[in-house]
Design a protein around this ligand. Structure first.
Ligand code: G3H
Ligand code: 13P
Ligand code: ZN
Length: 291
């Protein structure tokens, strides 16, 4: 059992009209929670780690943990680099066995983003992995880089078509009104723009910053071609809220397992809720190979 290219999972989702959850993690408990939830839901899943996660936990630790987790869960799973901005990190991930990488050149001028994304696509093809790219800017806090809300701008549909034609990427992250982290008000998605982009590019679209987006809006986005949905903040929030509660309940507790165990269970529940919302429950066997 090894990792399946995310592109394979997303193409199956395209056929089935649902989206695959891509969940961020940088520690063992959340990694276990993600695959446990996928197993309980019999769902394909994307485990994703950011450059910050790699800095925190170490690349080899993350790959080793993901391998064990996926082997035990026996569901189709991809190991994906989230928001790779450094070519060296992208190449190191491919070498370490990631089945998918995101190259995020969204802050670069268009032609530079295209040139570097093409380089990543070539390396990923050689490694048998798939590639996600980003066009337009998704506001909020990205891996080690803050983008002010006012700087964020939406993806241009025609530019997206040109970008996908030139790069041959498997999936495209689009800026249509979501932002990373906690929302202050309710996010409003530009669904019309999303539908136009999907019609022009013909490949699976990726919704970043999906924590805190109302369920109805998420489902409308799926109807319009979103096939990968990134969730980090909602897991972090529930995980840390549970830790805080446990520490309040048992101020004298010094066994980390008694604190982190319930937090891990809380994370399983969040991931299960998302998987059901995305429509990927019971999809593990449908066009999704378990290697
Ligand atoms: O989009 C960014 C993800 O939430 C990862 O965040 O860079 O703090 O690991 P991070
Ligand atoms: P949230 O933290 O807002 O869920 O965003 C996650 C994300 O887009 C990771 O790339
Ligand atoms: Zn993101």
């Amino acid at each position: 059992m090894s990792f399946v290219p995310a592109g394979v999972l997303l193409r199956a989702a395209q056929k089935g009209g649902y989206a695959v959850g891509a969940f961020n993690c940088s520690n063992m408990e959340i990694m276990q929670a993600i695959v446990r939830a996928a197993r309980l839901e019999n769902a394909p899943v994307i485990i994703q780690v950011s450059q910050g996660a790699i800095k925190y936990a170490g690349l080899d630790y993350l790959v080793a943990m993901a391998k064990v987790a996926v082997r035990e869960a026996s569901v189709p799973a991809a190991l994906h680099l989230d928001h790779g901005t450094e070519i060296d990190v992208v190449l190191a991930c491919l070498k370490a066995g990631f089945s998918s990488v995101m190259f995020d050149g969204s802050k670069l001028p268009l032609e530079e983003n295209i040139a570097l994304t093409r380089q990543v696509v070539k390396a990923a093809r050689e490694a048998g992995a798939s590639v996600e790219a980003e066009l337009g800017r998704i506001g909020g806090t990205e891996d080690e880089v803050s983008v002010e809300d006012k700087e964020a701008f939406f993806t241009d549909p025609e530019e997206a078509r040109y970008f996908v034609e030139r790069t041959g990427v498997d999936a495209l992250a689009v800026a249509v009104g979501t932002a990373h982290g906690r929302y202050k008000g309710e996010p409003k998605l530009d669904l019309e723009r999303l539908a136009r982009i999907a019609g022009l590019v013909g490949i699976p679209l990726v919704l970043h910053g999906a924590s805190g987006v109302p369920g109805g809006a998420v489902q409308e986005a799926i109807k319009r071609g979103v096939r990968k949905i990134n969730i980090d903040t909602d897991i972090r929030q529930r995980f840390v809220d549970t830790i805080r509660r446990r520490l309040d309940e048992e101020p004298a507790e010094i066994d980390p397992r008694k604190i982190l165990g319930p937090a891990r269970e809380a994370a399983v529940e969040v991931v299960r809720e998302k998987i059901r919302l995305f429509g990927s429950s019971k999809r593990a066997g449908q066009g999704n190979p378990v290697k």
